[in-house]
Design a protein around this ligand. Structure first.
Ligand code: GLC
Length: 398
């Protein structure tokens, strides 16, 4: 299936090679999808994994912005302008927005699998440093260690109900989304100016978890270099900020913070559980996420995968919801992030049980974009790339 989704060619003299998330529905290159694809490719054909990540990094601007979406097939013109956060409507090769910053984590995984290309790790270092420096410089104006997203889809969780209170009519599934993109365009997509002008931005938990994981990976890739300590320190700072500012003592969940006033967005979605993946966090904080949420039968413990929204949230919808995503169905990438962390804490049997539910759904329905957590029924795109992350999971969880 992944071979069928492979796209390769030349645009404006630049060679590209990547896996499209789903033929027909998602034909471009997406940032975090490519990271997931590359991790799976690294187990099958590391050569393609390297090509996919190199292609993504090649799309980065001089400043270090790695785009949310890259239009290798043909530039995005005004027709796509309402849907994609491009800098102009005359024809952009990529968006001016970014997506959950997993690139360094994926780069490290692919480098580990690249015994046949030992130079791969070093080859990415300058570009990776530029990208993570850009994030620190542009997306943390209050300098508290937590990065902000400008639009809800920058976290990859486009229509998540957690964004309702923050983005209001500018949510991803509302007409105001286009207005917010247009306003950002007029400000030249200068992140700090966009945040200052609209005050609609969110310090997003999942985005920051991915950031901290990647900073640690980047520090490891830098090895003996004096720069390594800089990224390690940034990772520690972000992890501390997540605990100090996002952790809600009452529920044990981690909530996003909205706007300059940092209003907590108290909706239980799988993003509130994502800090489980940060092994440096206190064990008791991580255990609460598992015992009071992931394994709770009315919250996240479902027959097929991990629901994207807690089942006891009023906003929860188990199946397809009028082209809105992340409102309840289970996606494979959440299992990929959370199950190894559960196993690492000693919940191996429980993690393996949840994985069996995911596998059963995929066995029956194929690689779909997302699944009804109650029934395992597949929904959304078919031949969806990152659902193959189960291949990586099976390798890591007994
Ligand atoms: C949807 C998802 C987003 C993903 C994209 C491509 O928009 O919400 O996370 O990156 O599709 O698969």
């Amino acid at each position: 299936m992944l071979r069928g989704n492979w796209r390769e060619g030349v645009r404006d003299g630049v060679h590209f090679a990547y896996t499209c998330p789903a033929p027909r529905r998602y034909v471009h290159q997406w940032y975090w999808d490519s990271c997931f694809h590359a991790i799976v490719w690294s187990r099958i054909e590391p050569r393609r994994a390297r090509a996919e990540l190199r292609t993504l990094l090649r799309a980065a601007g001089e400043d270090g912005l790695v785009p949310h979406t890259v239009f290798w097939d043909r530039p995005a013109r005004w027709r796509r302008a309402p849907l994609y956060a491009t800098l102009t409507v005359r024809g952009s090769g990529a968006t001016a927005s970014t997506q959950t910053p997993l690139l360094a984590l994926a780069w490290e995984r692919v480098a580990e699998a690249s015994v046949d290309a030992p130079g791969f790790a070093a080859e990415g270092l300058d570009g990776l440093r530029r990208h993570y420096d850009w994030l620190a410089r542009e997306r943390d104006p209050d300098d508290d260690g937590l990065l902000s997203i400008l639009h809800p889809d920058e976290s990859g969780l486009d229509d998540s109900p957690k964004y309702a209170a923050a983005f209001g009519w500018m949510q991803h599934d509302r007409p105001g989304y286009f207005v917010s993109v247009e306003r950002a365009r007029r400000l030249g997509y200068r992140s700090r100016a966009v945040m200052a002008a609209g005050d609609r931005h969110v310090e997003d938990v999942l985005f920051n978890v991915a950031y901290a994981l990647s900073l640690r990976a980047l520090a490891r890739l830098l090895g003996e270099s004096p720069h390594a300590a800089v990224y390690r320190a940034r990772a520690e700072r972000t992890e501390r900020a997540l605990v100090e500012r996002c952790l809600d003592e009452r529920s044990g969940l981690f909530f996003d913070l909205a706007g300059a006033a940092e209003r907590p967005l108290r909706v239980s979605t799988w993003s509130a559980l994502a800090p489980l993946a940060l092994t440096g966090l206190p064990d008791d904080v991580r255990r609460r996420l598992v015992e009071e949420h992931l394994l709770h039968p009315r919250r996240y413990r479902a027959p097929a995968g991990i629901p994207s929204v807690a089942m006891d949230e009023p906003a929860f919808r188990a199946g397809f919801d009028r082209f809105r995503t992340w409102r309840g169905p289970a996606w494979v990438n959440s299992a990929w992030l959370l199950l190894p962390a559960m196993a690492d804490l000693g919940y191996e049997t429980e993690a393996a049980d949840i994985l069996r539910g995911v596998l059963a759904a995929i066995d029956r329905e194929g690689f779909r974009e997302y699944y009804n957590p109650h029934t395992g029924r597949g929904h959304g795109a078919r031949d969806f790339g990152w659902s193959t992350l189960v291949v990586d999971l099976v390798g890591r969880i007994a």
